[in-house]
Design a protein around this ligand. Sequence first.
Ligand SMILES: Nc1nc2c(c(=O)[nH]1)N[C@H]1C(S)=C(S)[C@@H](COP(=O)(O)OP(=O)(O)OC[C@H]3O[C@@H](n4cnc5c(N)ncnc54)[C@H](O)[C@@H]3O)O[C@H]1N2
Ligand code: MOO
Length: 388
Amino acid sequence: MISIKEALKLVQSQNIKTTPVEKELSSALGYHLAETITAPFSMPDFNNSAMDGYAVCGIYENYHIVGEVAAGSTVDHALEDGQAIRIFTGGKVPENTTAVVMQEKTSAEDKQLTIIGEIKAGQNIRAIGDELKKGQEVFTTGHYINAASLGMLASLGKTMVKVYEKPTIKLITTGNELIMPGQERKKGQIYESNSHALCGALLEQGFNCCEKQQIEDNFELIKSGISSYLEQTDVLLLSGGISVGDYDYVKEALEENGVKEIYYKVFQKPGKPLYFGRKGDKFVFALPGNPASSLSCFYIHVLPLLQRLSGGKSDGLPKVNLPLTHHYELKGDRPAFLKASVKNSEVTILDGQMSSMIRSMAIGNALVYIPEPKKIERGEKVQCLLIS
Ligand SMILES: Nc1nc2c(c(=O)[nH]1)N[C@H]1C(S)=C(S)[C@@H](COP(=O)(O)OP(=O)(O)OC[C@H]3O[C@@H](n4cnc5c(N)ncnc54)[C@H](O)[C@@H]3O)O[C@H]1N2
Ligand code: MOO
């Protein structure tokens, strides 16, 4: 059995292959850049008005109005001393403009403009290069494309960007006791739920479960299920059948498929019988079947690999240290990831910590990591992994 730190390091140290692809900007949300972006022109690349008002030349109380500049007008204007021009937000500021005065601080009659209050040179002018200079680095390789990045890239005139492809992911759930929601259930059977939680977690984190299947506890069926999925996917996830029971066939079926074990069993709760292996460029995680174990193992151990495979720089869920709202004692012997709720910059460890219990995870939004069994006082800071 290895420690959590060792397990994470083993994932982190894998040689991986990332694939750069060209994507249209409209479908690049959630990807990581596979190129460095530099500004092809300054932003803004013409001096423009930050207000609806008047561009004025010189600092006076009265000006002579000589015309108008609407946003989008490409006509070149030049002001002379004592002249003003009507201008609108985003409009190109004429040559020789001293400042732009917002409409509310002026009064205009015929061609005569009177200023109310003081004018400061340069006011309300968005100058060339204020945000970016031509040639300046905008984003580096690995940058995560969020909504604002799409806006930034579009404002630089980009229609295509080079991003890292995301890994393809398939999921096999195993267990004779599992039936599908909607089917009639007999005592001894339960509804298969892990695939729903795992596919949801994948989506939540920007990945897709391309295909999933449920296989009964039958060695040959599990072996051939693994074989066909492994051929077509970058990452194979399995749930259940990875412990030591007589019907736990997953580990052996993976071996028979030529998957090399990187680790098996992590000293943690939940998720002790976690398996990680690889075959060539393909990675396999066999997650323990208990619902909370499989989902926590996904967030803690699978997500960092998926992030690396998609060219990202993050290392799993975001982490913060927050004070606990109550006293807590971690019993047992294993380091634990406890289902918790973060609210108002504090964290509460929830009831229902057993590996079979998923409701506490559903109503919570974080996992609290406690590295060893101990008593923790109210107000003491603990590490929180933020799920949402
Ligand atoms: N003798 C030992 N028994 C167990 C050990 C151990 O060390 N020695 N470890 C326990 C721990 S810890 C875990 S976690 C589980 C993991 O076992 P498996 O990965 O083999 O999972 P299963 O036995 O198939 O299932 C466990 C549990 O979860 C339910 N389950 C499974 N798949 C699903 C699904 N897709 N949807 C909903 N629920 C699912 C299943 O019915 C079982 O109740 O092993 C312990 N045992
Ligand atoms: O590791 Mo298991 O997930 O404790 O029940």
